[in-house]
Design a protein around this ligand. Structure first.
Ligand code: 5GP
Length: 178
């Protein structure tokens, strides 16, 4: 039987994601020409987006990984905890934080403050998805894949209790089928 994930509908198809990710990689490559930015993947949600973005980059860049936790089920706990830090010193480096989704903005603000304390040359955000209606703090990602309504989504790295990250598209989660 075909694999049936508990989604109400596909919100963004794999094809739409691939097209947009290529555009973002092109834009970032142009903006950072002559520099060697460090792209930081925020695990685990950004993993698929990150791999796609990195392989489309057209300039030298380095990569690293960071893991944070703030969500339980479909609600943000509001408290961000660091589970894994990046390996290298970021002093004087151009850092691009790659996220799956910006929702309340609390994770982004936490990250920005923490990384800025390490005196990088610059810190920018690149996110696959943005839910601007749910913001609690001011944050505007410089690079944005898609702006979406305030619905809980899964797929393309995004989970519900660690499941459905494997879906090749972004879909609206159906809580009645979980
Ligand atoms: P923020 O701190 O901006 O509220 O939340 C950012 C994190 O919340 C994201 O990295 C993601 O893990 C989680 N998140 C926010 N909205 C959604 C959503 O619709 N679906 C999933 N799966 N995670 C979300």
């Amino acid at each position: 039987m075909a694999y049936q994930a508990p989604i109400k509908r596909v919100l963004i198809s794999e094809e739409q994601i691939n097209t947009r990710v290529k555009e973002l990689a092109k834009q970032i490559s142009a903006d950072y020409a002559g520099k060697k930015p460090l792209l930081v993947c925020i695990l685990r949600g950004a993993s698929l987006f990150f791999a796609n973005l990195v392989k489309n980059m057209e300039i030298d860049c380095t990569i690293d990984f960071m893991s944070l936790s703030s969500y339980q089920g479909t609600a943000s706990s509001g408290k961000v905890r660091m589970l894994l830090d990046i390996r290298d010193d970021i002093k004087d480096k151009d850092v691009i934080i790659v996220e799956d989704i910006v929702d309340t903005g609390l994770t982004g603000v936490y990250l920005k403050e923490m990384l800025n304390a390490r005196k990088p040359a610059s810190v920018e955000f690149c996110t696959l998805l943005d839910k601007p209606q749910n913001r609690k703090v001011e944050i505007k990602p410089k690079y944005l894949g898609f702006s979406i309504q305030n619905e809980f989504v899964v797929g393309y790295g995004l989970d519900y209790n660690e499941l459905y990250r494997n879906l090749p598209y972004v879909g609206v989660f159906d809580e009645t089928k979980k």
